[in-house]
Design a protein around this ligand. Structure first.
Ligand code: ADP
Length: 477
């Protein structure tokens, strides 16, 4: 059933387009052929009138008012003979009428034409029966005093003209419907071709479900409106698929990360509860458990932050702030830990490095980088924090003399849940979210976070943030 409905929906659009073509063409053809017919008719009738008038005026000079029998008649001159020849060729009749309508004289089949006494000089048309129509031009014969003593008429039968016009009309009667029929077929074919990709898009969209986003239209036609629609659709599916997979991986990884500390907790609880223990043993176990719970809290905080970030629910202040002060505070905060680990921590940050941003998020970023540097630097090593202004940027480098990061790991370093060496990292308590969060924070500040590292030669993380150039900077100096 749905197939049938889709078919009629598509058909109706094709039909509608076709009908529009046909209606427009019909209108154009009707107006055009009406105009042609009108022009042709006028021109043919004009020619008839011109020759009737010309012959009448030539014949008039050859009228003998007395004639042989005392009534007006045509003279037998040379000019008249030429005229006779001409009228014979064009089927024009010339005749002389008395004022009462008696035929005096004539040339051609003048007796066949019914007589109607003209009222005045000029053209008239008269018809007898269905078929026979004549065009008549009447000229008065005048006496010396100017009185009308008779009429000279030139007459042409309009049958041939009528037949020609009829022929033209007939061509229109056949031609127009035929042209419309061909247009309808052609239009239908074109509309069908044009709409076929849409049908493909519809079918693809229909077949897509959340569990299978791999389908694409793969349109190979020209890059017209439909081509672009199909490409846009494919690109949208690419993004959707990437987003879905990203989401799925994130959930998988998160579940996995949560399970590990919980399994450890469960194991420790099981072992401890297997038999009665001394208070000291209980305390040791509880301290171990506390560490795992801390990890769980850190992990869930990070997960919550990333998830809020993805949904755009994290609030970002954008206020001018002195990054130098913030870095001094961060270095101070981490100082005790460095001393405890016997790592030399040095602060080489220029004063008054102003940026615009969110203090809470930026401190989180630098504590994260410093924490990593300390975590991975063995005793006796050193960690340096350098800050300077570089053109329109403020550049902060956190350098350590730790083990470095293998080249093959560098491209993935900022991916969520990525750890260079899972065991090492787990021992240090990380779930691989710290750098993903750090990069996200820098990105939201319009900056970049990069890493330079070689195995065995330490690591440098470089944060570049747009420098703030407005008033507070002057105050800060
Ligand atoms: P974690 O919380 O597990 O440390 P991060 O996202 O902060 O996660 O770091 C990802 C990985 O990058 C870590 O597993 C670690 O192996 C590596 N890494 C981060 N910083 C450093 C560094 N300063 N020196 C060496 N390796 C580092």
């Amino acid at each position: 059933m749905p197939d049938f409905r889709r078919l009629t929906a598509r058909l109706s659009l094709r039909l509608r387009l076709t009908l529009w073509y046909v209606a427009l063409l019909a209108m154009t053809l009707l107006i055009f052929s009406g105009y042609i017919y009108w022009r042709f008719h006028n021109s043919v009738m004009g020619q008839v009138d011109v020759s009737l008038k010309a012959i009448a005026s030539q014949a008039l000079v050859n009228v003998d008012p007395e004639g042989d029998r005392g009534i007006p008649a045509f003279q037998h001159t040379e000019e008249m003979a030429a005229l006779l020849h001409q009228t014979g060729e064009t089927d024009i009749i010339v005749r002389l009428l008395s004022p009462t309508g008696k035929v005096w004289d004539g040339v051609g089949y003048y007796r066949d034409v019914p007589v109607a006494v003209p009222g005045q000089e000029g053209f008239s048309t008269f018809t007898e029966g269905d078929e026979r129509t004549w065009r008549v031009y009447s000229l008065p014969l005048r006496s010396a005093s100017g009185a009308t003593v008779g009429w000279l008429q030139t007459i042409q039968r309009l049958d041939t003209v009528a037949r020609t016009l009829e022929g033209l009309r007939e061509q229109f009667y056949w031609g127009i419907p035929l042209a419309l029929l061909l247009t309808a077929l052609g239009g239908f074919f074109l509309a069908d071709r044009a709409l076929r990709p849409i049908d493909r898009i519809t079918r693809t969209a229909y077949a897509i479900s959340a569990s299978d986003l791999s389908r694409r239209i793969h349109y190979h036609g020209t890059k017209d409106e439909l081509g672009r629609l199909a490409d846009t659709f494919d690109a949208m599916l690419d993004r959707l698929q990437a987003a879905f997979e990203h989401e799925r991986r994130f959930t998988d990884d998160a579940a996995h990360e949560l399970r590990t500390p919980l399994t450890i907790l469960k194991g420790q609880l099981g072992v401890t509860l297997s038999r009665p223990r001394s208070p000291a043993e209980y305390e040791r176990t509880l301290r171990g458990l506390e560490q795992e719970v801390d990890r769980l809290i850190r992990l869930s905080t990070d997960l919550l932050f990333l998830s809020r970030l993805d949904q755009g629910r994290v609030f970002w202040r954008r206020e001018p702030m002195n990054l130098s002060d913030l870095l001094h505070v961060a270095v101070e905060q981490i100082g005790a830990l460095a001393a405890e680990k016997d790592v030399a921590l040095s602060d080489a940050v220029e004063e008054a490095l102003w940026v615009r941003g969110d203090q809470d998020h930026l401190i989180r970023l630098f504590l994260n980088l410093l924490d990593n540097a300390l975590k991975y630097t063995p005793a006796g090593g050193k960690v340096q924090v350098m800050g300077r202004r570089a053109g329109a940027w403020v550049e902060v480098a956190v350098r350590d003399s730790g083990p470095g990061i293998p080249a093959e790991a560098l491209p993935h370093l900022f991916d969520r849940f990525f750890r260079v060496d899972a065991d090492r990292s787990r021992r240090t308590g990380g779930a691989g979210l710290g750098l993903a969060i750090a990069r996200e924070i820098v990105r939201r500040h319009g900056g970049t976070l990069t890493v330079q590292s070689r195995e065995g030669e330490g690591t440098t993380f470089i944060v570049r943030l747009p420098a703030e150039t407005s008033a507070p900077q002057e105050e800060g100096r």
